[in-house]
Design a protein around this ligand. Structure first.
Ligand code: ADP
Ligand code: MG
Length: 419
């Protein structure tokens, strides 16, 4: 038993802890349940840390009379520092039960780990407010402090022998190891946070790009109108020329109106809000808006929508579906049938917009959503682009199924809001 400073089990113990940290972050990253609910995250932390806790005790560095040496305090301290009482207390229970099952009851263990729990849990709130470098300094310090405190407690309440191996394996190795572990934990959580931020920034970008391009588009016709109005001011214009100028100006104004219709019908000055969207209700509103237009073209609309909620801006949602439904109506100049369905599949809402209109060629399908692509005489080619961008910001997808002279079916899938 003499001098086993560092043996294979030290490395094994570190390995167990590292792997469980990776597993924890992997699951947080890939399972949305853990991203949304704090309680599940805490539960996951308890599970992920109790595995190395148990494995450390199962494969200790060495066993001396009265004490078993391993790195179990590392997962325990990490869990309690990051998770507070909620994580620390279950970990303590698991630690004590497993210790006694493996090696029998020992009251020094109970006293030492309860002390550790109290110190770390009280300190947890302050610790979580620290930045990375402060955590990197404080975690080893607290581990060192706890190791010294435990040693003093052990020496005072029993005739505990402090040996060289004890100093190395219980005081020095954990203090250094926790530095690396905290570093890795902070690195992983920072990388994950950065990515979420980046996605948000990207979404904002889409919206502001859209606004910029549309205002640019509206400005062009307005400039033309301005020019012709100025020309109209000049004296000695024949009535014919005047009429021509007015006609052009009106045409351009109409174009500006169409562009605004495709983007800003519902826009209010209020900033974009994230709210709960009642899909069935909003779809019915859109249907009501296009119904007069449909009636004019003898199109029958049959909505069959099921209730379900998603998240986003109601304004944008209405704009998006108005653009899509309007296209469907415009695709049936000689009448037809427009079907609007919505139903739930797993955690998604599927919305189908089906028309029996002119349909699209494969080339048109591939250009769908491209800005300024339009086959209509007075088309803007902005409606589908706006709709697609809105679906994108809502984390949804759009699928097109179309055949010339048969009709088009659009399938939009949006994430369902969990109650
Ligand atoms: P616009 O309606 O002003 O032409 P959009 O961006 O709304 O611009 O639509 C772009 C093009 O996509 C349309 O000109 C049309 O060719 C095609 N398209 C969109 N929806 C349909 C549909 N339901 N059926 C047939 N073609 C469609
Ligand atoms: Mg359109």
């Amino acid at each position: 038993m003499d001098f086993i400073f560092i043996n294979q089990n030290v490395l094994n113990d570190l390995f167990y802890i590292l792997v469980s940290i990776f597993v924890y972050y992997f699951l947080i990253d890939h399972v949305s349940l853990f991203q949304k609910y704090r309680h599940y995250r805490q539960l996951l932390m308890v599970v992920c840390l109790s595995v190395p806790l148990i494995l450390c005790m199962r494969f200790p560095i060495y066993i001396a009379p009265n004490c078993v040496h391993d790195l179990r305090q590392l997962p325990f301290i990490i869990g309690t520092l990051y998770g507070g009482w909620t994580v620390g207390l279950p970990l303590l229970m698991i630690l004590l039960i497993v210790r006694f099952v493996f090696y029998g009851y020992n009251y020094i263990t109970v006293v030492i780990y309860i002390t550790m729990l109290i110190v770390c849990a009280i300190y947890s709130r302050t610790f979580n407010q620290f930045n990375r470098s402060q955590k990197l300094v404080m975690a080893p310090m607290i581990t060192f402090f706890l190791a010294i405190l435990s040693t003093i407690i052990a020496v005072v309440i029993s005739d505990f022998q402090v040996t060289d191996t004890y100093i190395i394996d219980f005081i020095i190795v954990p203090t250094i190891a926790i530095l690396f572990l905290i570093y890795i934990i902070e690195l992983l959580s920072e990388a994950m946070m950065m990515r979420t931020k980046l996605i948000k920034v990207e979404k904002m970008e889409i919206v502001s790009q859209l606004a910029a391009s549309i205002s640019h588009e509206v400005r062009n016709p307005l400039t033309v109108v301005q020019g012709f109005m100025q020309l109209l001011k000049s004296p000695n214009l024949s009535k014919e020329i005047k009429d021509q100028y007015i006609h052009i100006a009106l045409e351009e104004l109409n174009r500006a109106k169409l562009i605004i219709d495709d983007y800003l019908t519902f826009a209010k000055p209020a900033p974009e809000k994230v709210e709960t969207i009642d899909v069935d209700r909003e779809l019915k509103k859109v249907v009501d808006i296009v119904r007069p237009l449909a009636n004019m073209n003898s199109i029958t609309i049959s909505p069959d929508v099921h209730s379900g909620c998603t998240i986003g801006s109601i304004q944008y949602f209405q704009q998006c579906f108005l653009n899509l439904v309007k296209n469907a109506v415009e695709a049936m100049p000689n009448g037809g049938e427009l079907t609007i369905l919505s139903y739930l599949i797993d955690d998604h809402i599927v919305i189908k917009i089906k028309d029996t209109g002119i349909g699209m060629t494969p080339e048109q399908i591939s250009r769908y959503g491209e800005p300024y692509f339009s086959t209509k005489e007075k088309g803007t080619g902005l409606g589908t682009m706006v709709a697609l961008k809105i679906i994108q910001t809502m984390n949804g997808t759009l699928e097109i199924d179309s055949a010339v002279n048969k009709g088009t079916t659009l399938t939009i899938t949006l994430p369902l809001k969990e109650e």
